[in-house]
Design a protein around this ligand. Structure first.
Ligand code: ATP
Ligand code: MG
Length: 313
């Protein structure tokens, strides 16, 4: 059964395979992933440690290259982009919150957050960076270096940095992993609100079922494959004719998925309805609705390119 998703897609993966080679030999990390994501959709990615979740995020964000298959994001075939074009693509379209922050240690919190916007040539980089840091409750830590911040504060700086260019696609890898419950809830509210306000697609890797349940869709990865997906049923609202709301699949098949994932969903929605993923949506190119990128200096590498453990260049 095809994975239901609205068109146009902001992310389209077809036959995605990733093989990584380390000292211990080659590892097939992702195998045959087919996936479409709609603009404004909120999607959680869950699965056991080592399943390939971070790798999937890195591929979508243009930080790692696939070994096989096609990756189309915001209208760009990422295989066709060289390193400079990929850096421009990221600066224009993608905000990533890394599992291990990847802040630049020699830059203050303010400079870390401003950097992607400066590299995009925007004159308001520091003003916007201040706003983003204030929004995550860090306006009193602007001049602190990462080494002078707690883990949770560093995480919030990383979130502010991911948001500073107002991306179409927000990729967050366990963004609450270092936060206490109250701060984690605030950060999640913030990410969902920004996704909703901007109509940005939010992809959230999490080990917390509660957070996964806030998203419109949950994709379960196991051993490098999509093992299952779950789509949240519609809110128990009546349509204008007085009948029950259309099923989620039908809604998604005919119109862009509405920006979902308001924390309100969490308190009002019934449990997600499990459905098995057997086959992908039919292959279809993403629309060419994001074809221009502002000039960004070559190798603007705010994000680490090839290694998740190396710091940014
Ligand atoms: N450079 C590499 N060479 C070989 N294997 C690698 C390399 N980098 C990662 N892997 C392997 O790829 C697999 C998937 O890693 P990934 O980081 O995507 O997992 P994950 O699902 O995000 O796990 P976690 O929940 O622990 O963060 C792991 O088994 C890991 O050991
Ligand atoms: Mg991971």
């Amino acid at each position: 059964m095809p994975i239901p998703v609205s068109r146009p897609c902001i992310v389209s993966l077809r036959g995605l395979g990733v093989t990584l080679t380390g000292a211990a030999g080659a590892v097939e990390v992702l195998r045959g992933i087919d996936l479409d994501l709609a603009p404004g959709e909120t999607v959680s990615v869950v699965g056991p440690s080592g399943a390939g979740k971070t790798t999937l995020l890195m591929i979508i964000g243009g930080l790692e290259r696939p070994s096989a298959g096609r990756v189309t994001v915001a209208g760009h075939d990422l295989r066709a982009l060289d390193e400079d074009a990929l850096a421009r693509f990221r600066g224009r379209h993608v905000g990533i919150v890394f599992q291990s922050f990847h802040l630049i240690p020699t830059m203050t919190a303010l400079e870390n957050v401003a950097a992607p916007r400066e590299l995009a040539g925007e004159p308001d980089a520091f003003e916007r960076a201040r706003e983003e840091l204030a929004a995550v409750g860090l306006d009193h830590r602007l001049g602190h270096y990462p080494g002078e911040l707690s883990g949770g504060e560093q995480q919030r700086v990383a979130i502010a940095r991911a948001l500073v260019n107002r991306p179409d696609l927000l990729l967050a890898d366990e963004p609450t992993g270092n936060l206490d419950a109250a701060t984690g809830d605030q950060v999640i509210d913030h990410l969902f609100a920004r996704s909703r306000d901007k109509g940005a697609t939010l992809v959230l890797i999490t080990h917390e079922a509660r957070l996964a349940g806030l998203c419109g869709r949950t994709i379960r990865i196991a051993d490098g494959r999509i093992e299952a997906w779950e789509t949240k049923p519609p809110e128990p609202a009546m349509d204008t004719s007085g009948g029950p709301a259309a099923p989620v699949e039908a809604q998604q098949a005919v119109s862009p998925a509405p920006a979902q994932g308001s924390p309100d969903h969490h308190t009002t929605s019934p449990p997600v309805e499990a459905q098995r993923a057997v086959s992908p949506a039919p292959a279809q190119d993403s629309p060419d609705h994001h074809t221009t990128s502002p000039a960004v200096p070559a190798g603007s590498g705010i994000h680490p390119r090839t290694s998740r453990t190396a710091g940014p260049r």
